[in-house]
Structure formats: C-alpha cells, structure tokens
Write a protein that binds this ligand. Structure first.
Ligand code: OAD
Length: 258
C-alpha cells in the first residue's frame, strides 16, 4: 500500500471547472472492500484460477457446475462486501460535477450501493443471470447465498421456460460487450473534458480503448492506481496510491466546502 500522493494544483483546478467527467473503474476500486482483483501478484483471481476454465463460453459448455459455483462464490463475496471510500468519493463527484459518466468493468454492485444511480457495466453484473438458451432473465432469491468455497461445483438452475441452464450475467472472454453500454461509454470518452481511470490495469480490450480515445483527444486524463501500468507516461496525471485514499483526497482538494 502507498500513502497519499500530492494532488497537483493543476488537477485540482481542472476538476473544479470540469463540465463532463468520465470515470472508468476496474477491480482495484473494489479491492479495499475485500474483493480480489484479477492480475495483482499473489492475490489476483487470474493468479489462482485459469480464465480458460471459468470465463469463456467453452468453459461453461464443458463444466457448467464449476463455472456456476465459481460465480456464486464471487456473488457471495460481493454481497457481503461494503462500498469503500473510493466508491463514495465517486458518488460525491456525481453530486458536484455537472455531468459524470460512470463506467465500470466490475461485475459487483458496490457503485450502486454507494449511491451511484447510473452505472454502465461493460462486463455485465453478477446479479443478472439469464438463460443460456432463450436468454430470459433469471431472478435470484433475495437472500445472500451460502458461503460456497472457491472452486466448488454448484449445478446451475434450469430455466422455467425452456429448461436450459441459467448462466452468469457477466461478459466472458470472446463475447460482445452490451452494445448500449459500450456506445454510451465510447461517446462519453469522445465528449468529456476530464477522463479518469481508477483501479484498472487497462489491459483488457475493448474497455482499454476508452482511455486511449481520451488521450488521443488531448483532454485531461488521470490514472489512479496502486501500481504502475502501461499508461503511466501517457496520462496527464498519474496518481499512485490506493483509490480509497487518493479519490477522497482529490475530492476534498477540489471541493473543500462540499
Ligand atoms: P486487474 O486485476 O487487471 O487490474 C486491477 C488494477 O487495480 C491493477 O492495476 C492494480 O494495480 C490496481 N489496484 C489494486 N488495488 C488497488 C487499490 N486499492 N487502489 C487502486 N488501484 C488498485 O483488473 P481490471 O483492470 O478490472 O474481465 O481487469 C479488467 C477485466 O479483466 C475484468 O473486468 C475481467 C478481467 O479478466 C472479465 O472477466 C471479462
């Protein structure tokens, strides 16, 4: 963990006058809520599990119970987690900046539970599974699921209409992102005057194209990340530190009276 970096005065000034801010978040924004990221050394999900076995349509065809059990484990963890200071700081920005477009690659609902009303989920959500056959939505019962172990197989429920297996409501490798969410995110990247990416390695496409669009337009770009990424030298402001510390410092610095 790193401490609070100095927030540059120029960034504070920019934020004060921002008209349209885009915030793109990744797994790092939920890390301080206790949810693992994907690529952090030792703790990242893809350090422990093989995405080929869990996050592709082929994986679900081969072993639906393994895949369903893994996503149920993640749903349980997300349901028991609480939004952290980073989610809340983004919520505060929404109250202050005239227009904020919040885009996330995360499948948890911690932004919503922090109070953000419109969250564009590029990779789907754990809460909205659907039928792998007829695509109708499936509704979970409201209770928080049991605490299945990671890697435990759980048979997916069957669709009440067509009998096919219910699948997790997430976007897997090799699948299209939801077109509407992507269009909104892309348009926002082409229109905003400030673009911030928070807690993402910016390695997964097409989501990573968004920051590249903003960099290409020459608008103010900010990265908040606890470690370095390929964008360190490309963004205008590279703030190294935990999102739960840096984001509140940024908001308080720009809007001390709000
Ligand atoms: P990654 O695990 O690739 O990156 C998380 C980033 O967050 C890393 O760069 C960390 O340094 C940073 N980080 C960790 N803790 C942090 C903290 N407390 N504060 C700030 N930064 C922190 O996760 P994503 O970029 O979200 O897709 O991954 C993108 C996609 O890859 C995911 O949506 C998922 C995955 O495969 C699918 O499953 C389709």
């Amino acid at each position: 963990m790193v401490g609070t970096p100095k927030i540059p005065d120029q960034l504070i000034e920019t934020l004060r006058t921002a008209r349209h801010l885009v915030v793109v978040t990744g797994a790092g924004v939920s890390a301080e809520s206790g949810l693992p990221t994907f690529r952090d050394k030792q703790t990242g999900l893809w350090e422990r599990f093989n995405p080929e076995d869990l996050a592709t349509p082929g994986a679900f065809d081969r072993d639906p119970a393994l895949v369903w059990g893994w996503y149920e484990w993640r749903r349980m963890k997300a349901a028991r987690a609480l939004p952290n200071a980073a989610h809340l700081a983004i919520r505060r920005l929404e109250e202050i900046v005239p227009r904020v477009t919040l885009v996330t690659q995360n499948v948890d609902d911690l932004h919503e539970r922090a109070g953000s009303r419109v969250v564009h989920h590029l990779h789907g959500t754990l809460k909205n599974p659907f039928c792998s056959g007829c695509k109708r939505p499936f509704h979970f019962s409201p209770e928080i699921p049991d605490d299945p172990e990671a890697g435990r197989s759980v048979d997916p429920p069957r669709c009440a209409h067509c009998g096919a297996r219910i699948r997790p409501g997430v976007v897997w490798f090799g699948e299209e992102m939801p077109q509407r969410e992507w269009n909104i995110a892309e348009q926002a990247a082409l229109e905003c005057d400030v673009f911030a990416c928070v807690g993402t390695s910016s390695l997964v496409y097409p989501a990573a194209l968004l920051i590249q669009r903003a960099i290409g337009r020459g608008v103010v770009t900010v990265q908040i990340n606890s470690t370095g990424t390929d964008l360190d030298k490309l963004v205008m402001f590279d703030l190294r530190g935990s999102a739960g510390i840096v984001l509140p410092a940024l908001v308080t610095g720009a809007y001390p009276d709000r």
